[in-house]
Ligand binder design. Structure first.
Ligand SMILES: Nc1nc2c(c(=O)[nH]1)N[C@@H](CN(C=O)c1ccc(C(=O)N[C@@H](CCC(=O)O)C(=O)O)cc1)CN2
Length: 279
Protein backbone atom coordinates (compact mmCIF):
# COMPACT_ATOMS: atom_id res chain seq x y z
CA UNK A 1 0.00 0.00 0.00
CA UNK A 2 1.52 3.32 -1.04
CA UNK A 3 -0.63 5.83 0.80
CA UNK A 4 0.35 4.67 4.29
CA UNK A 5 1.98 7.24 6.53
CA UNK A 6 3.58 5.42 9.47
CA UNK A 7 5.18 7.37 12.30
CA UNK A 8 7.47 4.70 13.72
CA UNK A 9 10.63 5.60 11.77
CA UNK A 10 10.16 9.31 12.39
CA UNK A 11 9.64 8.64 16.11
CA UNK A 12 12.80 6.51 16.19
CA UNK A 13 14.80 9.31 14.58
CA UNK A 14 13.46 11.91 17.03
CA UNK A 15 14.26 9.67 20.00
CA UNK A 16 17.72 8.89 18.62
CA UNK A 17 18.55 12.60 18.39
CA UNK A 18 17.08 13.22 21.85
CA UNK A 19 19.16 10.42 23.35
CA UNK A 20 22.35 11.86 21.81
CA UNK A 21 21.54 15.25 23.30
CA UNK A 22 20.73 13.60 26.64
CA UNK A 23 24.14 11.90 26.60
CA UNK A 24 25.84 15.26 25.86
CA UNK A 25 23.91 16.81 28.74
CA UNK A 26 25.00 14.03 31.09
CA UNK A 27 28.62 14.31 29.96
CA UNK A 28 28.55 18.02 30.71
CA UNK A 29 26.62 18.01 34.01
CA UNK A 30 26.93 14.50 35.46
CA UNK A 31 23.11 14.45 35.62
CA UNK A 32 20.43 13.03 33.37
CA UNK A 33 17.50 15.02 32.00
CA UNK A 34 14.66 14.10 34.34
CA UNK A 35 10.99 13.63 33.48
CA UNK A 36 8.47 13.42 36.31
CA UNK A 37 5.30 11.51 35.42
CA UNK A 38 2.19 11.94 37.54
CA UNK A 39 -0.84 9.68 37.39
CA UNK A 40 -4.00 9.83 39.45
CA UNK A 41 -5.95 6.59 39.81
CA UNK A 42 -5.44 3.30 38.04
CA UNK A 43 -7.09 3.57 34.64
CA UNK A 44 -5.40 0.68 32.77
CA UNK A 45 -4.83 2.57 29.51
CA UNK A 46 -3.28 5.52 31.37
CA UNK A 47 -1.07 3.17 33.40
CA UNK A 48 0.14 1.60 30.15
CA UNK A 49 0.86 4.94 28.48
CA UNK A 50 2.79 6.21 31.52
CA UNK A 51 4.79 3.00 31.65
CA UNK A 52 5.63 3.41 27.95
CA UNK A 53 6.82 6.96 28.67
CA UNK A 54 9.01 5.78 31.56
CA UNK A 55 10.48 2.85 29.62
CA UNK A 56 11.30 4.96 26.59
CA UNK A 57 12.78 7.66 28.84
CA UNK A 58 15.15 5.14 30.41
CA UNK A 59 16.11 3.68 27.05
CA UNK A 60 16.96 7.17 25.78
CA UNK A 61 19.19 7.92 28.77
CA UNK A 62 16.74 10.08 30.70
CA UNK A 63 15.85 9.69 34.35
CA UNK A 64 12.22 9.32 35.28
CA UNK A 65 10.53 10.09 38.53
CA UNK A 66 7.09 8.61 39.03
CA UNK A 67 4.30 9.86 41.26
CA UNK A 68 1.21 7.63 41.49
CA UNK A 69 -1.67 9.13 43.46
CA UNK A 70 -4.87 7.38 44.55
CA UNK A 71 -8.11 8.18 42.70
CA UNK A 72 -9.53 9.97 45.80
CA UNK A 73 -6.78 12.63 45.52
CA UNK A 74 -8.25 16.14 45.70
CA UNK A 75 -7.46 18.99 43.33
CA UNK A 76 -5.60 20.75 46.16
CA UNK A 77 -3.44 17.70 46.89
CA UNK A 78 -2.63 17.20 43.21
CA UNK A 79 -1.82 20.88 42.71
CA UNK A 80 0.45 20.79 45.79
CA UNK A 81 2.31 17.73 44.44
CA UNK A 82 2.79 19.28 41.02
CA UNK A 83 4.00 22.56 42.57
CA UNK A 84 6.52 20.53 44.55
CA UNK A 85 7.83 19.03 41.29
CA UNK A 86 7.80 22.47 39.67
CA UNK A 87 10.07 23.72 42.48
CA UNK A 88 12.35 20.67 42.43
CA UNK A 89 15.64 21.56 40.71
CA UNK A 90 16.30 17.90 39.86
CA UNK A 91 13.17 17.71 37.68
CA UNK A 92 13.30 19.17 34.15
CA UNK A 93 9.91 18.15 32.79
CA UNK A 94 6.53 17.29 34.28
CA UNK A 95 3.80 15.20 32.72
CA UNK A 96 0.36 14.83 34.28
CA UNK A 97 -1.36 11.94 32.58
CA UNK A 98 -4.77 12.83 31.14
CA UNK A 99 -7.54 12.13 32.01
CA UNK A 100 -7.64 12.63 35.77
CA UNK A 101 -10.70 11.49 37.76
CA UNK A 102 -13.78 13.64 37.15
CA UNK A 103 -13.85 15.35 40.57
CA UNK A 104 -10.44 16.94 39.93
CA UNK A 105 -10.06 20.33 38.25
CA UNK A 106 -7.62 19.20 35.55
CA UNK A 107 -7.00 22.73 34.32
CA UNK A 108 -5.91 23.84 37.82
CA UNK A 109 -3.56 20.85 37.98
CA UNK A 110 -2.06 21.57 34.54
CA UNK A 111 -1.53 25.21 35.48
CA UNK A 112 0.53 24.12 38.51
CA UNK A 113 3.20 22.92 36.06
CA UNK A 114 5.92 25.58 35.82
CA UNK A 115 5.92 26.86 32.21
CA UNK A 116 9.61 26.00 31.76
CA UNK A 117 8.87 22.38 32.75
CA UNK A 118 5.74 21.99 30.60
CA UNK A 119 7.27 19.40 28.28
CA UNK A 120 3.80 18.01 27.52
CA UNK A 121 2.57 21.40 26.28
CA UNK A 122 -0.59 21.50 28.39
CA UNK A 123 -0.44 24.87 30.15
CA UNK A 124 -2.11 28.07 28.97
CA UNK A 125 1.40 29.52 28.60
CA UNK A 126 2.29 26.81 26.09
CA UNK A 127 -1.06 27.18 24.34
CA UNK A 128 -0.43 30.90 23.89
CA UNK A 129 3.00 30.05 22.48
CA UNK A 130 1.49 27.61 20.00
CA UNK A 131 -1.14 30.16 19.00
CA UNK A 132 1.46 32.81 18.25
CA UNK A 133 4.01 30.54 16.62
CA UNK A 134 6.48 30.72 19.57
CA UNK A 135 6.75 27.01 20.17
CA UNK A 136 8.77 26.73 23.37
CA UNK A 137 6.87 23.54 24.14
CA UNK A 138 4.11 22.09 21.96
CA UNK A 139 1.42 19.63 22.97
CA UNK A 140 3.02 16.29 22.16
CA UNK A 141 0.48 14.66 19.83
CA UNK A 142 -0.17 17.88 17.86
CA UNK A 143 3.60 18.42 17.67
CA UNK A 144 3.98 14.88 16.35
CA UNK A 145 1.28 15.53 13.75
CA UNK A 146 3.13 18.55 12.35
CA UNK A 147 6.38 16.56 12.29
CA UNK A 148 4.64 13.77 10.38
CA UNK A 149 3.20 16.19 7.81
CA UNK A 150 6.65 17.71 7.33
CA UNK A 151 8.39 14.32 7.14
CA UNK A 152 6.02 13.20 4.38
CA UNK A 153 6.41 16.47 2.48
CA UNK A 154 2.79 17.56 2.96
CA UNK A 155 2.32 21.23 2.12
CA UNK A 156 0.36 22.86 4.95
CA UNK A 157 0.24 26.53 3.92
CA UNK A 158 -2.93 27.44 2.06
CA UNK A 159 -4.53 24.04 2.63
CA UNK A 160 -7.91 23.55 4.28
CA UNK A 161 -7.31 21.58 7.47
CA UNK A 162 -10.34 20.23 9.29
CA UNK A 163 -9.69 19.24 12.89
CA UNK A 164 -12.40 17.05 14.38
CA UNK A 165 -12.32 17.46 18.15
CA UNK A 166 -11.51 20.39 20.41
CA UNK A 167 -9.86 18.82 23.44
CA UNK A 168 -7.30 21.01 25.19
CA UNK A 169 -4.42 18.57 24.67
CA UNK A 170 -5.19 17.51 21.12
CA UNK A 171 -7.78 19.20 18.88
CA UNK A 172 -7.30 22.81 19.97
CA UNK A 173 -3.50 22.86 19.97
CA UNK A 174 -3.41 20.90 16.68
CA UNK A 175 -5.58 23.61 15.15
CA UNK A 176 -3.28 26.34 16.49
CA UNK A 177 -0.15 24.66 15.11
CA UNK A 178 -1.78 24.22 11.69
CA UNK A 179 -2.91 27.86 11.73
CA UNK A 180 0.62 28.97 12.64
CA UNK A 181 1.73 27.12 9.49
CA UNK A 182 -0.78 29.10 7.40
CA UNK A 183 -3.43 26.44 6.91
CA UNK A 184 -7.05 27.55 6.73
CA UNK A 185 -8.36 25.74 9.77
CA UNK A 186 -11.88 24.58 10.64
CA UNK A 187 -12.42 23.08 14.08
CA UNK A 188 -15.40 20.71 14.27
CA UNK A 189 -16.92 19.32 17.44
CA UNK A 190 -19.96 17.61 18.89
CA UNK A 191 -22.25 20.56 18.08
CA UNK A 192 -21.02 21.06 14.51
CA UNK A 193 -23.82 20.89 11.95
CA UNK A 194 -23.10 19.04 8.68
CA UNK A 195 -19.84 17.49 9.84
CA UNK A 196 -19.55 15.12 6.83
CA UNK A 197 -20.01 18.05 4.42
CA UNK A 198 -17.25 20.05 6.12
CA UNK A 199 -14.85 17.09 6.22
CA UNK A 200 -15.46 16.52 2.49
CA UNK A 201 -13.90 19.96 1.84
CA UNK A 202 -10.71 19.15 3.75
CA UNK A 203 -7.27 18.77 2.18
CA UNK A 204 -5.97 17.66 5.60
CA UNK A 205 -8.20 15.87 8.11
CA UNK A 206 -7.10 15.53 11.72
CA UNK A 207 -9.36 13.08 13.55
CA UNK A 208 -9.13 13.71 17.28
CA UNK A 209 -12.55 12.65 18.51
CA UNK A 210 -11.84 9.66 20.73
CA UNK A 211 -14.52 7.46 19.12
CA UNK A 212 -13.52 4.30 17.29
CA UNK A 213 -14.04 4.47 13.48
CA UNK A 214 -16.14 7.64 13.85
CA UNK A 215 -14.91 9.27 10.64
CA UNK A 216 -16.50 7.51 7.67
CA UNK A 217 -14.65 6.74 4.48
CA UNK A 218 -17.16 8.61 2.34
CA UNK A 219 -16.44 11.83 4.26
CA UNK A 220 -12.88 11.85 2.96
CA UNK A 221 -12.13 13.73 -0.25
CA UNK A 222 -10.08 11.58 -2.66
CA UNK A 223 -6.42 12.47 -2.26
CA UNK A 224 -6.85 14.15 1.15
CA UNK A 225 -4.24 13.63 3.86
CA UNK A 226 -5.78 11.88 6.86
CA UNK A 227 -4.18 12.03 10.29
CA UNK A 228 -5.81 9.62 12.70
CA UNK A 229 -4.96 10.79 16.21
CA UNK A 230 -7.41 8.40 17.86
CA UNK A 231 -6.22 6.02 20.57
CA UNK A 232 -9.32 3.96 21.36
CA UNK A 233 -9.57 0.66 23.16
CA UNK A 234 -8.14 -2.22 21.15
CA UNK A 235 -5.72 0.09 19.31
CA UNK A 236 -8.44 1.30 16.95
CA UNK A 237 -8.31 4.78 15.45
CA UNK A 238 -11.00 7.42 14.94
CA UNK A 239 -11.12 6.82 11.18
CA UNK A 240 -12.74 3.89 9.39
CA UNK A 241 -9.35 3.04 7.91
CA UNK A 242 -10.47 0.28 5.51
CA UNK A 243 -13.03 2.57 3.87
CA UNK A 244 -10.64 5.53 3.60
CA UNK A 245 -8.20 4.00 1.14
CA UNK A 246 -8.84 6.74 -1.43
CA UNK A 247 -6.94 9.15 0.87
CA UNK A 248 -3.68 10.50 -0.55
CA UNK A 249 -1.92 9.65 2.70
CA UNK A 250 -3.29 8.13 5.88
CA UNK A 251 -1.72 7.33 9.23
CA UNK A 252 -2.24 3.82 10.60
CA UNK A 253 -3.32 3.01 14.16
CA UNK A 254 -1.21 1.66 15.74
CA UNK A 255 2.10 2.88 14.36
CA UNK A 256 1.07 6.34 13.17
CA UNK A 257 0.70 9.37 15.39
CA UNK A 258 1.04 7.46 18.71
CA UNK A 259 4.80 6.80 18.62
CA UNK A 260 5.54 10.42 17.70
CA UNK A 261 3.68 11.59 20.84
CA UNK A 262 6.18 10.00 23.19
CA UNK A 263 9.12 10.91 20.97
CA UNK A 264 8.19 14.61 21.15
CA UNK A 265 7.80 14.31 24.92
CA UNK A 266 11.34 12.97 25.30
CA UNK A 267 12.73 15.54 22.88
CA UNK A 268 11.12 18.38 24.83
CA UNK A 269 12.35 17.02 28.18
CA UNK A 270 15.93 17.01 26.93
CA UNK A 271 15.42 20.52 25.51
CA UNK A 272 14.11 21.67 28.92
CA UNK A 273 17.23 20.33 30.61
CA UNK A 274 19.52 22.14 28.18
CA UNK A 275 17.53 25.37 28.44
CA UNK A 276 17.91 25.31 32.20
CA UNK A 277 21.70 25.33 31.75
CA UNK A 278 21.47 28.31 29.41
CA UNK A 279 19.10 30.23 31.72
N1 LIG B 1 -0.75 14.30 29.58
C1 LIG B 1 -1.10 13.61 28.49
N2 LIG B 1 -2.06 12.70 28.56
C2 LIG B 1 -2.41 12.02 27.44
C3 LIG B 1 -1.73 12.24 26.22
C4 LIG B 1 -0.72 13.21 26.17
O1 LIG B 1 -0.10 13.49 25.12
N3 LIG B 1 -0.42 13.87 27.34
N4 LIG B 1 -2.04 11.48 25.10
C5 LIG B 1 -2.98 10.40 25.21
C6 LIG B 1 -2.45 9.01 25.28
N5 LIG B 1 -1.02 8.81 25.04
C7 LIG B 1 -0.15 9.35 25.91
O2 LIG B 1 -0.40 9.67 27.03
C8 LIG B 1 -0.57 7.91 24.04
C9 LIG B 1 -1.44 7.09 23.38
C10 LIG B 1 -0.96 6.16 22.45
C11 LIG B 1 0.40 6.07 22.21
C12 LIG B 1 0.97 5.06 21.28
O3 LIG B 1 2.14 5.11 20.97
N6 LIG B 1 0.18 4.11 20.85
C13 LIG B 1 0.68 3.06 20.02
C14 LIG B 1 -0.07 1.79 20.31
C15 LIG B 1 0.04 1.36 21.73
C16 LIG B 1 1.06 0.32 21.95
O4 LIG B 1 2.10 0.30 21.32
O5 LIG B 1 0.80 -0.50 22.84
C17 LIG B 1 0.49 3.43 18.56
O6 LIG B 1 -0.39 4.25 18.24
O7 LIG B 1 1.24 2.89 17.76
C18 LIG B 1 1.26 6.90 22.87
C19 LIG B 1 0.79 7.81 23.80
C20 LIG B 1 -3.91 10.49 26.40
N7 LIG B 1 -3.38 11.11 27.50
Amino acid sequence: MTNLMPGTELARAIVQRASEKAADYTARTGRKPCLATVIVGDDPASVTYVRMKQNRSHKAGLESRHVALPSETTTEELVAKIRELSDDPEVHGILLQHPVPGHIDERAAFEAIAPHKDVDGVTMHSFAGMSFGHNEFVSCTPGGIIRLLDAYGVEIAGKHAVVIGRSPILGKPAAMLLLARDATVTICHSKTADLPEIVRTADIVVAAVGKARFVQGEWIKPGAVVIDAGYNEGNVGDVDFDKAQHAGLITPVPGGVGPTTIAVLLEQTVAAAWRELDA
